[in-house]
Write a protein that binds this ligand. Structure first.
Ligand code: ATP
Ligand code: LTN
Length: 333
């Protein structure tokens, strides 16, 4: 039996963080044997906030290299740049024309992001989830591993499958979200009641995958913790220490009870020191591989081009089917 299809992506904004790794990419690498996987750098999505063109280019390449360094295999699976497959923008237009404004108005991420970017609330930011639906539906995707914050966008993609089927008959596979049990929402190191965000203006709020060990140590030791000293998991009353314990648990494979036992009679500071070492040790091989890849841009661009072709081949089939169904005059393609 052929494998089911999986697709996921990260937007090319800010710096890939420990939150992205724990909430998403760690699950991507685990699932890559079982599924036919498509992993994408969402560079078109990045344009919904103002970008410096040169920086966006550099960041997109850096994200691509980080994906490979984190263990995504571009030979076994398809690892590509969203803008290299024009079908994404093309399907997004069609889907925009069948998505009610009311459904988009409910998206909490749009509300949050428009508060944050009050000077640049553009139409792209509003229709962002429709482009995301196009990303998913083009590949007839079964499973979409994401962090908790993307659940609502996934629901919209599912609604769009139904809207389209009601008008034109069954066309897209109904996608399911895959949300990990632990670490689906890693919190900010400075404000442990908000999500660790890779485009946070305060660099101290997150650990980037490519931060130097010195920076990592400093950021984790400077993490905001709660009153009290006992290392125990209590997300409501002790969000700071609970967040650090969550990171510890995912990276070490230890349960919360095991971590509590390990630090019994010790202070928050002990956990921070151990956690900082654990994060550095986990990221060291990734950073070494990343440095090698970034020194070999020709290789990266070659792999990127081959993977874009693989993605395009699949995406084009769906797009042609959609163009025919909605009544566009055959000719192109
Ligand atoms: P931004 O804050 O710039 O919007 P982001 O940090 O949310 O970005 P995305 O590119 O939107 O990053 O997300 C990529 C993937 O990482 C998504 O599946 C998202 O759910 C997951 N993710 C992002 N932040 C976290 C987090 N703090 N904890 C768990 N998962 C996360
Ligand atoms: N919007 C997502 C990134 C993203 C995505 C996707 C995730 C773009 N296209 C398709 C899963 C499937 C985010 O995490 N901000």
């Amino acid at each position: 039996m052929s494998k089911q299809t999986l697709l996921s992506a990260s937007t090319a904004t800010g710096n890939l963080t420990l939150g992205n790794y724990i909430g998403a990419i760690n699950n991507w690498t685990k699932l890559q044997e079982q599924y036919d996987c498509f992993y994408m750098v969402a560079d078109l999505h990045a344009l919904t906030v103002k970008q410096d063109p040169k920086q966006l280019q550099e960041r997109s390449l850096s994200f691509y290299a980080q994906y490979l360094a984190l263990g995504l295999d571009p030979e076994k699976n398809t690892v590509f740049m969203q803008s290299h497959v024009s079908e994404h923008s093309e399907l997004a237009w069609i889907l925009n024309c069948m998505t009610p404004m009311g459904n988009l108005n409910r998206m909490t991420q749009f509300k949050e992001k428009s508060l944050k970017n009050s000077k640049n609330i553009n139409a792209g930011l509003f229709t962002y989830p429709v482009l995301m639906a196009a990303d998913i539906l083009l590949y007839q995707t079964h499973l979409v591993p994401v962090g908790e914050d993307q659940k609502q966008h996934l629901e919209l993609a599912r609604d769009i499958v139904t809207f389209f089927a009601n008008r034109y008959g069954d066309t897209f596979t109904m996608p399911e979200a895959y949300i990990g049990k632990v670490g689906a929402r890693v919190m900010s190191l400075q404000e442990p009641t908000s999500k660790m965000s890779k485009s946070d203006d305060n660099e101290k709020a997150y650990v980037s995958i490519i931060d130097t060990p010195k920076k990592i140590q400093k950021k984790i030791k400077g993490a905001v913790t709660d009153t009290g000293t006992v290392v125990s998991y209590d997300k409501e009353n002790k969000p700071g220490i609970s967040n650090l314990m969550t990171i510890y648990s995912v990276l070490s494979g230890m349960s919360m009870d095991e971590i509590t036992a390990k630090f019994e009679g010790k202070m928050y500071g002990h956990l921070k020191v151990d956690l900082a070492d654990l994060v550095c040790d986990t990221l060291k091989p990734v950073q070494d591989k990343y440095a090698d890849l970034m020194n070999n841009k020709d290789y990266l661009e070659d792999i990127m081009a081959k993977n874009a072709l693989k993605a395009k081949e699949r995406a084009n089939k769906t797009l042609i089917d959609v163009y025919n169904k909605v009544g566009l005059y055959p000719g192109r393609r």
